[in-house]
Design a protein around this ligand. Structure first.
Ligand SMILES: NC(=O)c1ccc[n+]([C@@H]2O[C@H](COP(=O)([O-])OP(=O)(O)OC[C@H]3O[C@@H](n4cnc5c(N)ncnc54)[C@H](O)[C@@H]3O)[C@@H](O)[C@H]2O)c1
Length: 356
C-alpha cells in the first residue's frame, strides 16, 4: 500500500485536478457526464487511499475497451426487484462502477426499511477497488459486504492453470469516535494490479507473489503476468476466490468458473458479476451502543501488545485512511511513465493535459 521505491521521476498530482481530468477523458470517450462523475470519483478515491493499482492508471485499459466495443460506456443499469429486500441489476455491459454504485444505493435504501438489502449484479465490468463501495455504505450509515468475481489469474489449490480470479472480498462497519472497519483484500498474496503497477514503473516484485509460466518463482512482473498468482494461505485463499465466484458469478447469472474476461483484454465483454449487501447496524441495539462497541473493539485492536519490531498496530482500512489524509494535502504520486500514458489518452480525444 505504501508508496514503493521507483527510479522514475515522480509527480504529485492534486486530486481535484486529477478527477476533473479523468472525467473529461471519460466524457470524450462517450461516457454520459453522470456516469463519468461516478467512475472518476471511484478511481481517484483509489488513488487517494494509496490503492494506486486500481486508480486513474486504469484509464488507458478501460478506454481501449470502449474503443474496441468491449464495454458500452453509455449503458444504463436496469433494476428488477426480486423481493422487498433483494434486487437484481443488469449492467448491460456498462461500467462496473456505475452498476455497482446503483446497486449499493438500492441496497442501502432497502436496508433502511427492512434492516438488510441485497443486490446481485450481472453482465458488468471491473469496478476497481472494492473499498469505495464499503465507503458508500458507510456514508449511508450501513455495514456492508462487497463481493465480485474476476478474470482467471489464480490456480485452485493443487492446480497449476489460471482458473479463479484474484477476486477481492470486502466488508465494512461504521465506527464511533474511532476509525470505521474497512477490510478490502484480494485472496492472493498480492493483488494482480500490484504486478501491473511494478511493470509500469520498471520495478521488481517479491518472489512469493507469483509463479512464471514454468511454475518457478519470479521477481519479474512481465514473467509473473505470463504465469499464475499465488493464493494467500494456500487452500484457504483459493477457497475464498471460489466463494467470490459462487456469490458473484453463479448466483447472478454472469460468467463464472474461469469465463470472466481480463480487464486488460479489449477483445470481448467481461461479464463480471457482483454481490452487495447493506446491513443496518442498529438492528439489535441502539446505534450509540453499536458505535461504542466498535470503538471498544478498535481500541482493543490498536492497543494490543506489539510483537518485536512493530511500532504501531492498525485497524483494517486505517492505513488507507491515513494515506488519504496525506494525499489530499500533498497530492497523489504518479511515475513519469504513468503521466505519459495519461497524456497519450488525452491526445487521442483532444482533451487538455493533466495539470502537473
Ligand atoms: N475488482 C477486482 O477485480 C479486483 C481484483 C483484485 C484486487 N482488487 C483491489 O485491489 C486492492 C488491493 O488488494 P490487496 O489484497 O492487495 O490489499 P492489501 O493487501 O494492501 O490490503 C488488504 C487489507 O489488509 C489491510 N491491511 C494491510 N496492511 C495492514 C496492516 N499493516 N495492519 C492492518 N491492516 C492492514 C488493508 O487495510 C486492507 O483492508 C483492493 O482494493 C481490491 O479491491 C480489485
Amino acid at each position: 500500500m505504501a508508496d514503493q521505491k521507483t527510479d522514475q521521476q515522480m509527480h504529485n498530482i492534486n486530486h481535484t485536478n486529477l478527477q476533473e481530468f479523468v472525467e473529461r477523458i471519460l466524457i470524450a470517450n462517450n461516457t454520459p457526464p453522470p456516469h463519468a462523475a461516478i467512475v472518476s470519483k471511484c478511481l481517484v478515491s483509489a488513488d487517494l487511499r494509496g490503492v494506486d493499482t486500481h486508480g486513474s492508471n486504469r484509464i488507458p485499459s478501460y478506454m481501449e475497451r470502449i474503443r474496441q466495443g468491449a464495454l458500452n460506456p453509455s449503458a444504463e443499469p436496469t433494476v428488477t426487484q426480486a423481493t422487498p429486500a433483494v434486487a437484481q441489476i443488469d449492467a448491460h455491459n456498462g461500467f462496473g462502477f456505475v452498476a455497482a454504485h446503483e446497486g449499493m444505493k438500492r441496497a442501502i435504501e432497502m436496508a433502511q426499511i427492512y434492516g438488510i438489502g441485497m443486490v446481485s449484479i450481472k453482465h458488468s465490468n471491473h469496478f476497481g477497488m472494492s473499498a469505495w463501495l464499503v465507503q458508500q455504505a458507510l456514508e449511508g450509515g450501513m455495514m456492508s459486504l462487497v463481493f465480485t468475481n474476476s478474470s482467471p489469474a489464480l490456480p485452485v489449490w493443487g492446480g497449476k492453470e489460471k482458473l479463479m480470479g484474484v477476486s477481492p472480498i470486502a466488508c465494512g462497519a461504521p465506527g464511533g469516535a474511532g476509525r470505521p472497519f474497512i477490510l478490502d483484500m484480494a485472496p492472493s498474496v498480492a493483488a494482480r494490479g500490484k504486478i501491473y503497477k511494478a511493470l509500469r514503473r520498471g520495478e521488481k516484485i517479491p518472489t512469493d507473489w507469483a509463479l512464471d509460466r514454468d511454475g518457478a518463482r519470479t521477481d519479474d512482473p512481465a514473467e509473473a503476468l505470463q504465469g499464475v498468482m499465488l493464493p494467500m494461505g494456500g487452500p484457504k485463499g483459493s477457497a475464498l476466490s471460489i466463494m467470490m465466484d459462487v456469490f458473484s458469478g453463479v448466483l447472478s447469472g454472469s460468467a463464472f468458473a474461469g469465463h470472466v474476461t481480463n480487464p486488460y483484454d479489449p477483445s470481448k465483454p467481461a461479464d463480471v458479476g457482483h454481490f452487495l449487501v447493506a446491513i443496518k447496524p442498529d438492528l439489535f441495539m441502539t446505534i450509540e451502543e453499536f458505535k461504542g462497541r466498535m470503538d471498544y473493539l478498535y481500541k482493543r485492536v490498536v492497543e494490543s501488545e506489539r510483537m518485536a519490531g512493530v511500532d504501531q498496530i492498525y485497524f483494517p482500512g486505517e492505513i488507507e485512511i491515513i494515506t488519504e489524509e496525506k494525499r489530499r494535502k500533498e497530492g497523489i504520486p504518479f511515475a513519469a511513465a504513468e503521466v505519459e500514458a495519461l497524456r497519450k489518452e488525452a491526445d487521442l480525444v483532444n482533451v487538455e493535459h493533466l495539470k502537473l
